[in-house]
Design a protein around this ligand. Sequence first.
Ligand SMILES: [Mg+2]
Length: 382
Amino acid sequence: MKISNIVCEAATIPYEWDFYPTWYPGQTEKEQTIFIVRVQTDEGIEGCATCEAPFGILAIMKETVEYLKTFLVGESPFDVERLILRFRNVARIAARPWLVENALWDIVGKASNLPVYKIFGAARDRIRVYAAWGEIRSIEQRKEDAQQLVSEGFKAVKLRFHHEKMKDDLAIVEAVRDAVGDKLEIMADANQGTAVERATGGVPPVWSYERARNMAKEMEKLHCAWLEEPLFRYDYDGLARLSREVELPIAGGEINKGIHEFKQMLDKGSYDILQPNCTMSEGMSQIRKIAAIADAYGKLCNPHAWIPGLGVMQTMHVAASIPNFTWLEYPYDPPKITPDVFQGIVERYYVPEEDGCIPMPNAPGLGIGLDEEKIGRYRIKI
Ligand SMILES: [Mg+2]
């Protein structure tokens, strides 16, 4: 079997309500754009993968796929490890080629009549997920939201910090703990890893080391599961100091890249929980290597999965094959972030069941296809 062509397209699904993200306080998001890659073969099997794409970089992502195509057409989709260096060479100068690797795995699975996670080597067939919130809402609303999650069967929730003052961030954790007792594990994301906010002078505010440590100490008292991205993503030493000084697990890595950066973080002791993203850090098979290195250090790997369309499913196949894994991110902040808008273009929504777990699909490849009618309805020009 040979790769015959690679094409890409994009669909923009409008939100029913305006969405006010915690990661850009003051901004309003009105839609979700999903970038779709399709790798075609001479035997008629097509592999698909998706990720998010702000409108402004769609053209760059398309160019990346076009460029990568020149290195992959005529090659076997099974030869992922042999082709990895080509992906890495393209990644030097282009945006996120990893999605194409993920589509190759969809082909490998379909051609082998096996789900991808079975090919990787399954560690489990149900994925325990936490509801990842993303919106700025009142404390009273968050108490209700948390109770609603419990009634729906969720076992964990991730809050996001965004306030000027630490006490206002802490108040959300206290309120949720007060509302649900020990019925939910609570994680919190400080979103301090990105550079944009630092460059624009702190929106959301840039944390000092002391703020990170003080917040971690307070979260320990509230029996939280972890604090995510409390410092800049390259502050390996600051993160390592924090990890040594507090008992609360420190998590991060969603925008770090390549197995070598993760190895460095592990050498330094920066994180207790690595969170590589299988469309940003590297592709699905390379995230498994990051998880293996983490395992050798006695650390966890809970991949980051705020990735629309098939994105969480791609990540589920990775998570299902990682022994040192505990929780997967499931973007869910109803009534705004729901499978309708976030998974959007898939043929069947994948949702957690009463035990808070999503069963892995049995169908070959990624196990869920795309809804072509819906893509047609929301397709935009790149
Ligand atoms: Mg995060």
